[in-house]
Design a protein around this ligand. Structure first.
Ligand SMILES: Nc1nc2c(ncn2[C@@H]2O[C@H](COP(=O)(O)OP(=O)(O)OP(=O)(O)O)[C@@H](O)[C@H]2O)c(=O)[nH]1
Ligand SMILES: [Mg+2]
Length: 466
């Protein structure tokens, strides 16, 4: 597939922040890229404008001759560039002002401001990347943990494409056989229905595996929001500080210290977590505390996982049970007893049925820890991740993103329907409708069968300049 656009796009490709980043890159792509570069960039001496060579010089305002920045220019002529178009990169000084002025000059000279992901979209449309690789670029940029970045890199290396293409082509083979029978049944040798369904079942199993792995991958990619919930003074803020390894939240011995939600981002065992410290939940007349408690309840309802903390000194009380009853059904939950040091309870994982343990009724083992000393907090993290299914994902090599997972699930559902048609011994054309839908869904993952509207949606989630 080749695609030419007659306009030239430009954007700052690096993060723009005041006083940060010593180098910023303004990137241009399109037929005018070199001409615009030559208009704005003055390279002293006899430096040649060769492709893939760096020039040293200044970006100037062509009308006044004013030097805007000292810079390097890198020209990459088509097709040997990321977009397969002529690309010019101006490596300027970082920060805010100079780089914005350089971009303004580039736009004034005839380039158009690039939309989010537009460089990648051109790379895709020009056949430089398939859609799974293009999406992996975006995932790599947005990765919040080393494991998330490794998964993205596997996608960028083409791992997803390599896993999906054979599935799609196996379905296409079966579809071709079936469609031939629809049109020329008499002229062809009889079709072995069992062999066809055998292939469909095999592909269906692979798709189901990919969908299951995608859930694991989402944990590593997007992480989890974990709400720390409990009565006042049980040590929620102390635990947040301990796990974040800094004094993030205010801790006092007064119940009702935390009034607002406090978030802390961290990576534990390779999984990005957003921990939410919440106001201790109790009946109170204080209107500010009441507002905080409302936020705690909202966080409890919306979190991906709940860490319910209680005080081992006072043991499991009716108020703790009341909070447990409010945990949404299906949310991964860990109950942890804190202040093990003061209560003389050994830290670690404990069976609530064990004699002397202060855990709640029920079969869930509780973790006993001390936010003060740190004892038991490692077990707590591991147990929390295990209940969220995140520990299974450590060996994961590849994962579909949400868009890809929905399409793989849709393909699996279509195959399921095709198999039902087979089961009911319906005529061939009943099989082909669903089989064709499955092939189309897989083609939408890799970009072989994808509409412009879908592409716009995919690339609009990218950052500007990528
Ligand atoms: N001995 C002991 N004291 C602790 C431990 N964790 C917290 N504390 C103390 O318990 C008191 C309350 O701690 P916080 O972390 O503020 O408790 P909280 O649950 O955030 O309380 P609210 O914000 O009021 O809901 C403080 O005096 C802490 O020093 C622990 O593991 N052992
Ligand atoms: Mg607190």
């Amino acid at each position: 597939m080749s695609f030419t656009r007659d306009d030239t796009i430009a954007a700052v490709a690096t993060a723009v922040a005041p006083g940060e980043g010593s180098v910023a890159i303004v990137r241009l792509s399109g037929p005018q890229a070199e001409a615009i570069g030559r208009r704005l960039f003055v390279a002293p001496g006899a430096q040649a404008w060769d492709s893939h060579r760096v020039l040293y010089g200044h970006v100037v305002d062509p009308d006044t001759g004013e030097r805007i920045d000292e810079a390097l220019l890198l020209l990459m002529r088509a097709p040997r560039s990321f977009t397969r178009e002529d690309v010019v990169e101006l490596h300027c000084h970082g920060g805010l002002v100079a780089v914005r002025r350089v971009l303004e000059q580039v736009l004034a000279a005839g380039a158009r401001r690039a939309g989010p992901g537009e460089f990648s979209q051109r790379a895709f449309l020009n056949g430089r990347l398939d859609l799974t690789r293009a999406e992996a670029v975006s995932q790599l940029i947005n990765a919040r943990s080393r494991r998330g970045a490794q998964l993205a890199m596997a996608g960028l290396d083409g791992g997803l494409q390599q896993r999906l293409n054979p599935l799609r082509s196996r379905l296409l083979d079966q579809l071709a056989e079936l469609e031939a029978r629809v049109d020329f049944e008499e002229d062809l040798p009889p079709l072995n229905g069992a062999a066809v369904t055998g292939e469909l079942v095999a592909v269906l199993q692979q798709l189901e595996l990919l969908v299951a792995e995608a859930r694991q991958g989402a944990l590593l990619r997007d992480g989890l929001r974990v709400a720390i919930i409990g009565r006042p003074n049980v040590g929620k803020s102390s635990l947040l500080n301990r796990l974040s390894r800094r004094e993030r939240a205010i801790v006092t011995d007064l119940p009702g210290t935390t009034r607002d939600l406090l978030e802390s981002e961290l990576v534990l065992e390779g999984v990005p977590l957003t921990l939410l410290d919440t106001a201790g939940i109790r009946d109170t007349a204080d209107p500010i505390e009441q507002l905080g408690i409302e936020r705690s309840r909202a966080a409890l309802a919306a979190a991906d996982a709940v860490l319910l903390l209680f005080d081992l000194g006072s043991g499991w009380t009716a108020a703790d049970q009341d909070l447990l009853d409010q945990v949404p059904e299906g949310a991964p939950l860990l109950i942890a007893g804190n202040k093990a040091d003061a209560a003389g309870v050994p830290a670690g994982l404990q069976d609530p049925a064990a004699p002397g343990s202060a855990g709640p009724d029920g079969s869930q083992p509780v973790v006993c820890c001390s936010a003060l000393s740190g004892a038991g907090t490692e077990v707590l993290v591991q147990e929390l991740l295990r209940r969220c299914g995140a520990t299974v994902s450590q060996g994961l090599q590849l994962a579909l993103n949400d868009r890809q997972r929905d399409l793989a699930a849709a393909a699996a559902a279509s195959l399921g329907r095709a198999l039902e048609a087979a089961d009911q011994q319906l005529p061939w054309d009943f099989w082909t409708i669903d089989l064709r839908a499955a092939v189309r869904a897989l083609g939408e993952i890799t970009g072989e069968e994808v509409s412009e509207a879908v592409l716009d949606r995919v690339f609009s989630r990218f950052c500007i300049g990528k």
